[in-house]
Design a protein around this ligand. Structure first.
Ligand code: GDP
Ligand code: IMO
Ligand code: MG
Length: 425
């Protein structure tokens, strides 16, 4: 299993970090391939909670080389806050490698994010306001500054000032506060100097690892339905979390990838705006939010919640070539009298098992549900599939039948060890 990709199969926060932490035991490198500090990845070890935004979730193991690859957009203040916090807790980040090709985020990206959201008014996307979209836009416009640019700090300072002056004019024209250009240049040159020792040709580093038959884990942030191309546009992020993005975002070709694990919760959540066919506006929805503690790691926002959607998961299998699912938070369904799973959509009177290509259609989709009796037991201590209540077993079997691939790991709690293996993978 030399290269494994882990990708969210829904709208994010599926518990990817917990599964990556688990899989890290058998991998040498854990590599973030897209997104930035819009991600919030939680790992809980012996009661200690780690909330990671940029550093790969494998960092808690000493044997893992954490890599931030070329597809990521890097916010330097966040990166160093995270390194400092991890090192203060005894986790060295010395091995961290940051791709010379990774683009950097600057304060004007955050200003543009806020301006764009304000302009959208009621139609706003509900971004994390971290500057992710504008940073990727600058990459596409070919005006971005990259981690490798800190190799020559004098040239970096000149380029930084030129970019800051151009952006300042635009931001002021949009009615926003002027940038403090001198402060930004001074601060980011200092941060650039601190970044320099971490910068590497990660394409070279990863291919050398492949040549040694090391095991690489490519960590997706966000999720399939937040993908810029395949998600619910425009209610998406500005990168490609889908498995193809793992190749582009690391410089590893598709033939190297041997395993693609899709992560899903036992229900569905979404944070920010956009269509959500199985969303619940009732007491069941409130219960999922409260029991599942569905509040954003990064922004603290209450997540929207609803039943599991197998129409989504089938599409996620296609888009990512998923080889298996890991299903998390099954314990959150404990005590529901009835559990529902969406198996198809009714759109304008027609029932379809496919996935609509436009958000306006998805917004009109009415879920077709299979309802089944829930279970009254608490499953947090269960470690064997045979010990799961009948209702939970039936649900997992239904998901496998509907989605067409096996469920491997099942999460029954937030702690590192709170899981069981449903089927061998
Ligand atoms: P990510 O962005 O996909 O890594 O997920 P987040 O960390 O944003 O959100 C998942 C939340 O669920 C975190 O608070 C995890 O600690 C928690 N979690 C993960 N797996 C399980 C599980 O199986 N059961 C429960 N109850 N919580 C879980
Ligand atoms: P993890 O990796 C859930 C959502 C935002 C917004 C949209 C665009 O923790 O699963 P952006 O700031 O990226 O331009 O916002 O995407 N979003 C996430 N939702 N989990 C995430 O990351 C997310 N990252 C971005 O809420 O709807
Ligand atoms: Mg998250």
């Amino acid at each position: 299993m030399p290269v494994t990709v882990v990708v969210g199969a829904q709208w994010g926060d599926e518990g990817k970090a917990k599964i990556i932490d688990l899989l890290s035991k058998e991998h040498t490198h854990v590599v973030r391939y897209q997104g930035g500090h819009n991600a919030g990845h939680t790992v809980v070890v012996g009661g200690d909670r780690y909330a990671l935004q940029l550093i790969p979730s494998g960092v808690l193991y000493d044997h893992v080389v954490p890599v931030i690859a070329n597809g990521v957009v890097v916010d330097l203040p966040t990166l160093f806050d995270e390194i400092d916090a991890l090192e203060a807790r005894g986790h060295s980040c010395e091995r961290l490698a940051v791709s010379s090709r990774a683009h950097l985020i600057f304060p004007w990206h955050q200003a543009h994010d806020a301006i764009a959201e304000a302009v959208r008014g009621d139609d706003k996307i509900g971004t994390t306001l971290k500057g992710i979209g504008p940073a990727y836009a600058d990459k596409a416009r070919r005006v971005g500054l990259r981690a490798g640019d800190v190799g020559d700090l004098d040239a970096f300072a000149v380029a930084l000032r030129a970019r800051a002056e151009a952006e300042d004019a635009q931001i002021r024209a949009a009615g926003s506060e002027a940038l403090d250009i001198d402060e930004i240049v001074e601060r980011f040159v200092r941060l650039g100097a601190r970044l320099a020792p971490y910068v590497a040709d990660t394409v070279e580093l990863l291919h050398e690892a492949l040549a040694r038959h090391d095991h690489l884990l490519l960590e997706g942030a966000q999720a399939t339905f937040l993908d810029l191309d395949h998600g619910t546009y425009p209610y998406v992020t500005s990168s490609n979390p889908t498995a193809g993005g793992a190749c582009m975002g690391t410089g590893i070709g598709p033939r190297e990838v041997t395993r693609v694990v899709g992560i899903t919760k036992a229900y569905t959540t979404r944070v920010g705006a956009g269509p959500f066919p199985t969303e619940l506006g009732d007491a069941d929805g409130d219960r999922l939010v409260e029991v599942g503690k569905e509040f954003g790691t990064v922004t603290g926002r209450r997540r929207r919640a609803g039943w599991l959607d197998c129409a989504m998961l089938r599409q996620a299998v296609r888009l990512n070539s998923l080889t298996e699912l890991a299903l998390t938070k099954l314990d959150v369904l404990d005590g529901f009298e009835e559990v529902k799973v969406c198996t198809a959509y009714e759109i304008d009177g027609t029932i379809s098992r496919g996935y609509p290509d436009r958000s306006v259609l998805l917004a009109r989709a009415r879920p077709v549900y299979t309802a089944m009796p829930g279970w009254s037991e608490t499953i947090g201590e269960v470690r064997s599939p045979h010990d799961l209540p009948d209702g939970a077993r039936r649900m997992l079997e239904l998901v496998q039948d509907e989605v067409g691939i096996k469920v491997g790991v099942v999460g029954v709690g937030a702690e590192r060890d709170d899981h069981l293996q449903w089927t061998a993978t």
